[in-house]
Design a protein. Structure first.
Length: 209
């Protein structure tokens, strides 16, 4: 079988999520660390986004499609429940994490630190403060979802593969890190997830400062 490549910088939460999913299946895909918009990525993804999976003649864009392929094409424990009810609930949490929580926690709060847009390159305190009400709402939602041990349930699913990278990057920030430490479940959950071989083997280098 041709080797699997996952294309995209490893610090991307979506790239990391696909690599976690692959690791849970016992796979160790090659990571080609290209940024979004790179010429090679533009040739593979219609919008030049990451991640992209390549295996022989197969090219797949978008993390959810990549993870579905990994789940169904390879042996190993299922990454989403096959029972219709449980599967739908897991998809609910995938959607809530990707479409509701991620834009607030990563695109707004984390990016206020990574891409401050200030003359001196320092984060704008007002911009950071403006993200905090939504940060609190979404962290509270996620903390409650972890009551059974995993994202929305009692077993690992792709919702967890999406959630771990988000919490990992947030924990390094002052406001989010303090909230994660004070939450009932978030900090302990992240520590447990980081001990899973598929997660530990794919922890990326630090974010650029």
């Amino acid at each position: 079988m041709p080797p699997i490549e996952i294309i995209g910088i490893p610090q991307s939460n979506f790239v990391w999520a696909t690599r976690i999913a692959a690791g849970e299946k016992g796979l160790a895909p090659v990571n080609l660390p290209l940024p979004p918009g790179h010429a090679e990525v533009m040739a593979l993804h219609p919008l030049g986004r990451i991640p992209v999976l390549r295996q022989g003649g197969l090219v797949l864009a978008e993390s959810r499609a990549i993870m579905a392929f990994i789940d169904h094409a390879f042996d190993g424990p299922p990454l989403m429940p096959r029972d219709p009810r449980a599967g739908a609930l897991a998809e609910q949490w995938v959607s809530l994490i990707v479409t509701a929580a991620e834009p607030v926690l990563i695109r707004q709060h984390l990016f206020a630190y990574l891409f401050p847009g200030t003359a001196d390159g320092r984060p704008d305190p007002a911009r950071v403060a403006a993200t905090l009400p939504a940060l609190d709402r979404h962290l509270a939602m996620l903390d409650a979802a972890l009551a059974e041990g995993f994202a929305g349930g009692a077993a690992f699913t792709l919702a967890d593969a999406y959630l771990v990278p988000i919490l990992y990057w947030l924990r390094g920030l002052p406001e989010a890190g303090a909230r994660i430490a004070a939450a009932g479940h978030l900090g302990g959950y992240l520590d447990r997830m980081l001990a899973r071989p598929a997660v530990a083997a794919t922890v990326p280098p630090p974010l650029p400062r």
